[in-house]
Design a protein around this ligand. Structure first.
Ligand code: CDP
Length: 310
């Protein structure tokens, strides 16, 4: 934070053009800093215990446990006979995470040719069931180990799974045998579609494994970043995944994080690599998040890829 204070006196959020200049000044240079990585893992472990807490598990959420929703006031779910069997046993075994890639959905990925680079990681995380069709493979790769799915996507793209489940099950095949990570206990209207998604996969013997995001983890990660100048109603999905990766992995590379309207060549860049639908303005604070991620990049804690891959 301190270095941004000097670069942008008065500690205001830098303008898009200033960010571009700052990123170009830094260039593609990145030097891994093991101490920085260890310090951040320790900080995240102390605040949020990602390894144990990122998902709702049989271990951290036994029968009778009250799960308080992180996106609602005073709403909770008490783990019961119906929900307990849907939880995985433990969270720790999700990956042997050495080199992790977190792939955001930013438009800078388009024509980046980062697909091969991404596919080389040991554990690849993606956000919001992104398209991985042929036209994007060169830029975003093909492999996935964990993909998030917001319940609102189930509602918008799959008629809330109240009608046919076939289209959903078919569309999920592109993610191979990865984990689907859904915030089922964040907002009240999201619970039923998440449970339906669980059954749609389980009933068709899908290769995917459902993980429900633990609302306690989402809440503690939110607080962690709030203390680091990220002021949003809710963190973006990408920042949740970067936080998870920093807690679990030896080395983290992030792709597709660029919430600005111009690219490094000062040409317009779309919001997503697959469309230009902008987010609801006051919900996330992606530029603030980027400032923090760039700070971690400069300190060698996290590698941000914002240009083309070689
Ligand atoms: O649902 P949400 O708005 O959080 O995410 P998305 O638009 O599906 O994109 C996935 C993630 O990529 C976001 O949560 C951001 O962290 C990141 N992103 C970015 O940094 N810059 C963009 N232009 C778009 C997405």
């Amino acid at each position: 934070v301190l270095c941004w204070f000097y670069i942008f006196p008065g500690y205001r959020l830098p303008r898009d053009k200033e960010i571009v200049e700052e990123v170009l000044r830094q260039g593609e240079v990145w030097q891994k800093n093991q101490t920085g990585i260890d310090v951040y893992r320790k900080l995240l472990t102390e605040c949020c215990d990602p390894r144990r807490m990122f998902a709702v598990t049989k271990e951290n959420s036994p029968m009778g446990k009250v799960l308080w929703y992180d996106g609602e006031f005073y709403h909770s779910h008490t783990v019961n006979n119906e929900t307990y069997p849907l939880f995985v046993k433990r969270g720790g075994a999700v990956c042997v995470c050495v080199c992790c890639a977190v792939v955001g959905n930013g438009g800078i990925l388009r024509h980046s040719k980062c697909g091969q680079d991404i596919d080389q990681a040991d554990f690849i995380m993606r956000c919001n069931l992104p398209p991985l069709s042929k036209e994007y493979v060169e830029d975003v790769g093909t492999r996935t180990h964990l993909v998030t799915a917001n319940p609102s996507i189930i509602e918008k793209r799959f008629q809330n799974l109240l009608w046919s489940r076939k289209a959903f099950v078919e569309r999920m095949k592109v993610y191979g045998s990865s984990y689907i990570y859904m915030p089922a206990f964040s907002m009240k209207p999201g619970t039923d579609p998440s449970l339906r998604a669980y059954y749609a996969l389980a009933d068709t013997s899908s290769n995917l494994t459902m993980l429900f995001a633990n609302p306690e983890f989402l809440r503690t990660v939110g607080k962690f970043w709030k203390a680091r100048a990220v002021h949003a109603k809710r963190l973006s999905t990408g920042l949740f995944l970067v936080s998870l990766a920093l807690g679990l992995c030896e080395e983290v590379t992030a792709y597709g994080f660029w919430p600005f309207s111009v690219g490094l060549d000062e040409q317009p860049v779309s919001h997503h690599y697959y469309d230009n639908i902008l987010p609801y303005k006051w919900f996330h604070a992606m530029p603030e998040e980027f400032v923090q991620l760039w700070h971690l990049h400069k300190s060698g804690t996290l590698h941000m890829r914002v240009g083309r891959c070689p």
